[in-house]
Design a binder for this molecule. Sequence first.
Ligand code: AHR
Length: 540
Amino acid sequence: MIGRRDFIRNTATAAGALLLSRTASLAADAPDSRIEILLDEPLGTISPNIYGHFTEHLGGVIYDGIWVGRDSKVPNIDGIRKDLVDHMRKIKAPVVRYPGGCFADSYDWRDGVGPADKRPRRANFWGDKSETNQFGTNEFVHFSKLIGSQPYLAANVRSLPAAEFYRWVEYCNAPAKATTLSEMRAAAGYADPFHVRYWGVGNESWGCGGNFTAQEYAVEFRRFATWVPRFGEDLAFIASGPSDFSWDWTRGFLEEIARKGPGQISSIYGLALHYYTWNLSRGRTKDWDAGKGDALKFDAVDWYELLREGQVMDSIIHGHWQVMGEFDHDHHIKLVIDEWGPWYRPGSEQTPGDILEQTPTLRDAVFSAMTLDIFHQHPEKIAMANCAQLINCLNSLYLAHEDKFCITPVGHVFDMYSAHQGAQSLRTIFSTPDIHYDRDGKAASFWGLKGSASLRDKDLVLTVVNPNVSEPREAEIGIRGATIQSAAATVLGNRDIHAHNCFAQKDAVHPEAKQLSLEGRNPTYIFAPASVTKLALRLA
Ligand code: AHR
C-alpha cells in the first residue's frame, strides 16, 4: 500500500515548494477527508465521446486555429495546423462537432465543397469577417480522420429545406460512383465514403436555430430525420435540446414526438443539452460585452462562484433525464451535452479581433476537470459531450495565431483525463469538510474535494479536484478489497489561481508527473491547493 509519508513527500514535490511548507504542518494530524472507491459498484462504461470537441466558423476557430492553408509557412498537414493534429492525437480526441453552433443554421454545405477557388464568399453568421469557404466538409472530415476522431455534423434546419440535409448525408456517405454527389466527393480526392454517423438536426432551435417552439421544432425534427438515405450507416440523429433548466423544452419536444406514436422516440439517438457558465453572481448579467465575469481578473470569491455555477451541471443532467423518462421509459435517448464551458466577457483575447476568444486560466482547468468528473457519474445518461470550443474561442484547449501555438490549462486536463475514456466508472464517495467563504457580506460555501474513479483491468484512475484557493487537503484513500502495486501522480496546479498559458509563456501551467513509492496500509494523499490531480494506481 502507499505509505502516508511517501504520499506526502511525493505530492509536495509534484505540487511545488509552497505546498511543501504547508504540508509539513499537516502531516502530523489525521486527515479530515476520505475518498472511498467502491470497486464492486460499477456505474457503467465512460463513453470516450464525452471527451468530444466543438468547432464553429466563428472568430479564429477554423481559420488561423485549425486551417492555416496548404501554402502556409506554418507547419501543416494538407492545410491543417500540425501542432493541433499532433496534440489532439495525443489526447485521443474521439469526436468533433462542426460547423456550428449558430453558424450551422445559416450554412449551405454546398458552399464548402468543390474546387477551392470556385467556392463563394459569404457573410458569416457572426458578422466579424466574410466566410471564404476554404474549409468545408472535405477539409473537416479530413481533419477528423487525421486526429483519429469521428465527425459530428450539424444540419441547417432554419434556412435550408430537409432535402438539402439528405443531399449532405448523400455527399458524405454514398458509396463511390453511386451518385452524382459521391462522384463530386471523389473528384475532390475522397472516393471512399466519409461514414459520418452523428448528425445534429439543427442547433439551439429555440433561438438562433429558428426561434421555434418545442412543438414546432418537433415537427421539423420528424421531417428532417425521417427517411434519410442511410447507405448502410447506423445514423445517429441528435435533436436540438434545451439550454440550462429549460425543462419545458425537453417536455414539449418529447411530448410532441411521442404523440405520433411510441416508435418515434426510437428515431432519436441523443438530445443536445447546452450549459454555459458566466460567473453570474455578484450582480452580473449575461450582457454580451460587460455583464459576465472576466477570464483573467477575478478574486477568490469569483473562483468559487464560477465553480458553484458549474457544479449545477449535475442537477441539470438529473432534471432533464427525469423529464426524458416521462416519455422514453427505457431511456433509449441519451444526453449529448454538445456545448459546455465558462463564457466570459471580451477582453482576454490572445489574438485581438478574434470574437468570443478568451484566455483559459487554472480556474478553467479546475472547472473542466470538475465537469468531466460530473460526466463520469452519469455514464448511462451521457452519450457524448463537446467542450465549447476547441481552439481560439471560449473554454479552449488550444490558442494559436499564425505560427504561434500553445496548450491551455484546459488542454492539459483533457490530456490527463484521457485515461478515463472507455473505462468502467466506479461509485466514489468523497467525505470532506466544505470550504466557507464570504460572498460580499453573505456566508457561502463550496465542497472541499471531489472527483471520480474508473477501472480498466487492473488500472485504477482517480481524478480529484481541490478547489480551495489556498489550502491543501489531505485525504485517506480507501480501496476495499484491493492492494496497490504501483502508483503515479500527475498534478496540474500553480501558486497563482490566475496562472495561464499564452504565446510568450506557453508553460506557466503544466502537469507535473511523479512516481510514488509504496508502503503501509492506509494511503493518504495531500491534494495541492487549486489543483487537479490524477492518481494512476495499478492494482495487484
Ligand atoms: O459557442 C458559441 C455559441 O453559443 C454557439 O454558436 C451557439 O450554439 C451557442 O449559443
